[in-house]
Design a binder for this molecule. Sequence first.
Ligand code: NAD
Length: 314
Amino acid sequence: MEYRPLGKTGMQVSALSFGASSLGGVFHDVDEQTGIRAVRTALDLGINFIDVSPFYGLTKAETVLGRALAGVPRERYFLATKCGRYGAQPEDFDFSAERILKSVDESLSRLSVDYLDIIQVHDMEFGDIRQVVAETIPALLKVKERGKARFIGITGLPLVMFVRVAEQIVAGTIDTILSYCHYELNDTSLLAILPAMEQRGIGVINASPLGMGLLSVRGTPKWHPAPDEVKERCRRAAGLCQTRGSNIIKLAVQYSLGEPRIATTLVGTASPENIASNVAWAAEPIDQQLLNEVLEILKPVHNVTWQQGRPENN
Ligand code: NAD
């Protein structure tokens, strides 16, 4: 496993990391024991960074992750969770200082740990950016002062938000960003903000290299927000890989790990077998010929995304 520095945090994180939304059954029902084995397999294979949120499975993912990590020496893994998002509806977001402070304590209790490595604002585009800057992030600074988290991060879909928030806060306040669906075979728009993040010493976490299921033969779950043309092109690309005796998931994992300025890429799966495949694929060279053909199929939808959150935040 390759390890890379995460901004200025001093953390050396595995290039491939564990997305624990899978433990909450976000994509399909997950058997708890299998999920626990998936976490243990990931750690045994050198993955050392885990990302979760109270939102995933409406607290189930944090609870299962806490059980999976019981007895594992705390220094063996870096743990990131989030706050501010507690459901799928607009009213399920709460970025107030009061809720944030309570949320962190609840997460620590579910995860059965004394501290988090990173506490992140979850999907900040659903909130009022002024509140995020003036209230949420200051509350997280208190969390940090109290020793409950070592670093502060922000997460969301619209890339413009990372730059806006970074510009509005004192340098050094935000340690990491978590961007998703923006560095994968069909979308590399994350590249555009890497210099701005690097300049501010902010570490970059990439998530959903499979586009939350877009890049798969199985196709997307019903709730998937991508435009139909993107889904169709991704399905075609997956089909091509299959006819070549390969697998788009392999290509997608390898592709997303190929950008060294991105510290780590979170893949979500609660299957120990999938974890083992992903780790093995990460160590193999990419099939350049197949990659070129896949990129050609995806070209018409390259960087085509969807809007999320408040219109003014997109
Ligand atoms: P993903 O792109 O990682 O895709 C997950 C899907 O890929 C699942 O259906 C899984 O079963 C499948 N998969 C993974 N490896 C496989 C393999 N080897 N073979 C077959 N199928 C395989 O999407 P994701 O889970 O949404 O994202 C990963 C993680 O990133 C999440 O768990 C979460 O931690 C993080 N994330 C955070 C945010 C945020 O903070 N706003 C948003 C999205 C994702």
